[in-house]
Design a binder for this molecule. Structure first.
Ligand code: ADP
Ligand code: XUL
Length: 538
């Protein structure tokens, strides 16, 4: 009888899930039902809805030394507004079974001594931002756009035996935006504020604390973006902690797996928004891990976001950390990892070539791409109009079929194909170096503006020799957070709980794709290495 439908009057209460995303420019909330359908959504834009904080794009740029921060209390006030907007939109919080969320990665929040007590005693008849105005020992949180910590990065790498060693331990070489160096800067330059700090949160665990009514733990996936976590033992590395600040382990608390139920909703949330007291709070994580969950990436899959910049999310079973790219602990499966690769020369570069070769038209761009044969007569191009992140080079490079560097290609169509093939060959080279196995039957999931372009997606399918699907979701991190709320509460394998119904088949690879692109990958790799070497010498 276990599988029989319960009689109608015994139907359980409807179960809904709330996902939040604290991104750089806005905070967003999505409610889904048990069938994963979106029932309500709302957003609060920092610049427009909270003009009193005078942010541009959600942040304040301090000077030309690379300091970029956001007022921490602005995020709190945005949550007050978002919850009201969701309620006005008709969301019934009493039906929410679990809440989870995500946030921009790497940013940090500094709680003053006594803040935990304040979080536990919040009064339901008052706004959060009124009651939390004085709980932060730094009023402005450094965010991921900050690049003011080069000195601290070099120190951290030296302390751990060099960039490759640090990458092997923590998943990434030292990056200015990563939280370890950001904390080190506070420790060195703001001693008093540091000593007054009882707890340091990531933006994600800070946001989780607002729902939990006490300090929430940092989850292992977002915790991997700090240069402080040993991604193998999944504990803080004492050597890294010691290189960044005093008593740092105590200030961070112990990290937890990303799907952990960290407690139930605070009495504040119950009183003010009618949540049921047993609503589960599932650890919040970073926006990139949450996007991986939103896209339902599985073992062997790769997701490509083709937006202003291009981003790759890889599912990795056996990661190989390098000084390029990042490895995070997986947000959805024990023992697995995710790789993250970021490219600055994404859509802006495609637009430049569209403007110079295709009269500014994506239609002409697509026609030219379709006109040229796979492999582009042996021509290979690399276009870094902006200084690239992966790898750290800039300039334009073109090579003909006999590997000679040439100033230009013979036609616009060769130029267009060289650009798109070059962008995807680079991604395949870098993904494989991080441990991704191409050609074992995984899917490629494409999102972002350029995923509307079939001709571009066909090249993606051919270069990776895999079927490409698109996902029509504007905010995969927020949706992924709602999915994670359901998975955290239900337990079990993520893919058994969350079945993606939003994927659309876009392109299949041509039968000659592997034969054409495997040798091109080798040639591309050699050209790229020689450019990196050349630029190092400059
Ligand atoms: P964001 O990173 O700001 O979220 P989007 O994912 O919205 O960006 O992508 C915006 C980009 O999509 C634009 O810069 C544009 O170049 C690109 N784009 C839009 N339509 C097409 C198309 N048909 N073909 C290729 N690129 C496109
Ligand atoms: C990733 C990174 C950004 C932020 C943006 O390393 O810095 O993608 O997470 O929100």
């Amino acid at each position: 009888m276990a599988d029989a439908e319960p009689p109608a009057d015994m139907n359980p209460e409807p179960k809904n899930y709330l996902g939040l995303d604290f991104s750089t420019q806005q905070v967003k909330g999505i409610v889904i039902n048990d069938r994963l359908e979106v029932t309500h959504e709302a957003a609060v834009q920092f610049d427009n809805d909270l003009p009193e904080y005078r942010t541009h794009g959600g942040v304040q740029v301090r000077d030309d030394g690379g300091i970029v921060t956001s007022p921490t209390i602005m995020w709190v006030k945005a949550l007050d507004m978002l919850m009201d907007k969701l309620r006005v939109a008709g969301a019934d919080f009493s039906t929410i079974a679990a809440v989870s969320g995500s946030a921009q990665q790497h940013g940090s929040v500094y709680w003053r001594g006594g803040a935990n007590k304040t979080l536990g005693e919040l009064q339901g008849d008052r706004f959060l931002h009124d009651q939390l105005a004085l709980v932060f020992s730094l009023t402005d949180s450094p965010v991921w756009m900050d690049s003011s910590t080069t000195h601290q990065c070099r120190h951290l790498e030296e302390a751990l035996g060099g960039p490759q060693k640090l990458a092997e331990l923590t998943g990434s070489r030292a990056y200015e935006r990563f939280t370890g160096s950001q904390i080190a800067k506070v420790y060195q330059n703001r001693k008093e504020a540091y000593n007054n700090t009882e707890r340091i949160s990531l933006v994600s665990s800070f946001a989780c604390s607002l729902f939990l009514g006490k300090y929430a733990p940092i989850d292992l996936s977002d915790g991997s973006g700090m240069n402080l976590l040993d991604i193998t033992t999944k504990t803080w590395s004492q050597q890294c902690l010691d290189a960044c600040g005093g008593s740092l382990g105590e200030k961070l608390g112990d990290p937890v797996v990303s799907w952990k139920v960290v407690g139930s909703v605070s009495s504040y949330m119950v009183d003010r928004y009618t949540f049921s007291p047993d609503t589960a709070i599932v650890a919040f994580t970073g926006d990139n891990p949450a996007s991986l969950a939103g896209l339902c990436v599985e073992s062997g899959d790769l997701a490509v976001s083709l937006g202003t910049s291009d981003t790759l999310f890889l599912w990795l079973d056996t990661p190989r950390p390098r000084i390029e790219g990042h490895i995070f602990v997986s947000p959805i499966q024990e023992g697995a990892y995710m790789g993250l690769l970021c490219y600055k020369n994404g859509s802006l570069t495609r637009e430049r070539i569209r403007d110079s070769c295709c009269e500014g038209s994506w239609d002409i761009f697509s026609q030219l791409l379709d006109m040229t044969p796979r492999g582009n007569f042996g021509n290979i191009g690399m276009y870094y109009h902006l200084p690239e992140i992966t790898p750290g080079v800039e300039g334009l490079y073109r090579f003909n079929k006999t590997d000679e560097a040439v100033g230009r290609f013979a036609s616009n169509e060769v130029e267009v194909r060289a650009l798109i093939e070059g962008q995807f060959l680079a991604k395949r080279v870098h993904a494989e170096r991080l441990g991704f196995a191409t050609g074992i039957g995984g899917k490629v999931l494409a999102t972002g503006g350029a995923s509307n372009n079939k001709a571009i997606l066909q090249v993606l399918a051919d270069v990776f020799n895999a079927t490409v699907y698109t996902l029509d979701v504007a905010n995969s991190a927020c949706l992924g957070s709602a999915y994670r709320a359901k998975h955290g509460l239900a337990g079990g394998r993520y893919q058994d709980i969350i079945k993606n119904q939003l994927l659309k088949l876009a392109c299949k690879p041509n039968s000659d794709a592997n034969e054409i692109y495997t040798p091109m990958v080798m040639r591309f790799q050699a050209f790229e290495s020689s450019i990196v070497e050349q630029q190092k010498k400059k």
